[in-house]
Design a binder for this molecule. Structure first.
Ligand code: NDP
Ligand code: PYC
Length: 342
């Protein structure tokens, strides 16, 4: 999925898209709870214009479920391990239902201890990361999450890929406005965006990846066909990607991006790794109101000429989608309806 945007389109409401996607997940082997959580996650990405992790991902979810690589009916096991630490074994299921299962306990701990860590392991994350942190900011909390993916990024100074595309997402409350949220792959480009560029026949900017011989290339197909991505910002992005491997895998008990072998599951696309979420209650910090301080910072940034905050584009697109409906290619909608058995 991801027909070029100039193809025939149709609009669908957010709630209808959630219902349609839930039907797709259910029909392809998930439990009702997993279908609900993944459908909301995927529809939210599409609603916010995060196309690389919206309905574009559905064929990958479906082929992965069909391959037996992931357990769509896994029941996460939540463990209360310390005053500020919650562990979840996702049971080879998806990470988002694991977060949903642990959410209430994580919130309670963050409010009482001032900070709490959620360590999810044995989990698959195939989505955007901001939906995992943004809701905490709407509840007045600061949240940071990292997840590792699959080997496709060459560490800075190395010769072959090892790291995943390893995103970092952050959310913080802001007085009188949407929370401050950013969510970025530590690779120069998300793997999903490389796939979309390949399908649309677009070339990439220099510095994104290398071909199978390790030579710099702007051809997305060469990156996907035996080549690899580079970290963003050279050694700096590479260090952050290494940090993500340590926090999301080593600290949680999940797999590093290079540790799983899905070759015996043709069609498998979802990385089998781990995820870490840290939630902080700013009410425990000294003195001034955190959300007011966030707004002060934003005002100052705007005062020096900043036109666009991270998250602004998504929030603008969200408002438009909720007002006018989500625009999908007709062919994508037909494919979703067929997958839903309609
Ligand atoms: P982008 O480079 O598109 O955006 C990164 C962040 O920068 C966003 O918060 C974005 O805000 C902000 N931003 C973009 N342009 C500007 C600008 N000009 N000024 C200020 N802020 C800006 O994201 P990536 O390609 O790095 O990642 C895309 C998605 O892929 C993410 O959601 C990530 O979680 C997901 N991903 C998931 C993986 C997984 O394993 N599950 C692995 C890798 C990536 P805005 O949203 O408003 O555009
Ligand atoms: O876009 O890099 C990516 C990605 C990896 C796993 C899910 N999304």
């Amino acid at each position: 999925m991801s027909a070029p945007r100039e193809t025939a389109t149709q609009t669908i409401s957010y709630s209808d898209l959630v219902a349609l996607l839930a039907q797709v997940f259910l029909r392809h082997g998930t439990s009702a709870e997993v279908a609900r959580v993944l459908a909301e996650n995927c529809a939210s990405a599409e609603r916010d214009g995060a196309h690389s992790h919206g309905v574009f991902r559905i064929p990958g979810y479906v082929s992965t479920l069909a391959s037996g690589w992931v357990d769509g009916k896994a029941i996460p096991v939540v463990e209360d391990v310390a005053s500020g630490f919650v562990r979840v074994d996702a049971g080879n299921g998806f990470a988002q239902p694991a977060l949903a299962a642990a959410r209430a306990l994580l919130l309670e701990k963050a409010r009482s201890a001032g900070i709490a860590v959620l360590a999810i392991r044995n989990s698959h994350h195939f989505a955007a990361l901001w939906p995992d942190v943004e809701p905490f900011a709407y509840q007045g909390l600061v949240a940071l999450s990292v997840v590792n993916s699959m080997t496709c990024v060459v560490p800075h100074g190395a010769e072959r890929p090892l790291f995943g595309t390893n995103p970092i997402a952050f959310a913080a409350p802001r007085a009188g406005g949407d929370p401050i949220v950013f969510d970025l792959a530590t690779s120069a480009m998300a793997h999903g965006d490389v796939q979309i560029a390949a399908r649309e026949g677009r070339s990439l900017p220099p510095g994104v990846g290398v071909d199978r011989e390790g030579r710099p290339t702007c051809d997305p197909k060469a990156i996907l066909d035996g080549g690899a991505l580079l970290p963003f910002g050279g050694h700096k992005g590479s260090a952050l990607s290494m940090m993500v491997e340590l926090l999301a895998a080593a600290l949680t008990g999940g797999n590093f991006s290079f540790e799983f072998d899905w070759s015996k599951h043709p069609g498998a696309k979802t990385p089998w790794t781990g995820q870490l979420i840290i939630v902080i209650d700013p009410a425990k910090s000294a003195g001034r109101d955190f959300a007011e301080r966030s707004q002060t910072l934003v005002s100052q940034m705007q005062g020096v000429g900043l036109q666009r905050l991270p998250g602004d584009r998504r929030h603008r697109q969200r408002a438009e989608s909720l007002r006018e409906g989500i625009v999908l290619a007709v062919s994508d909608l037909q494919q979703l309806r067929a997958l839903a058995g309609q």
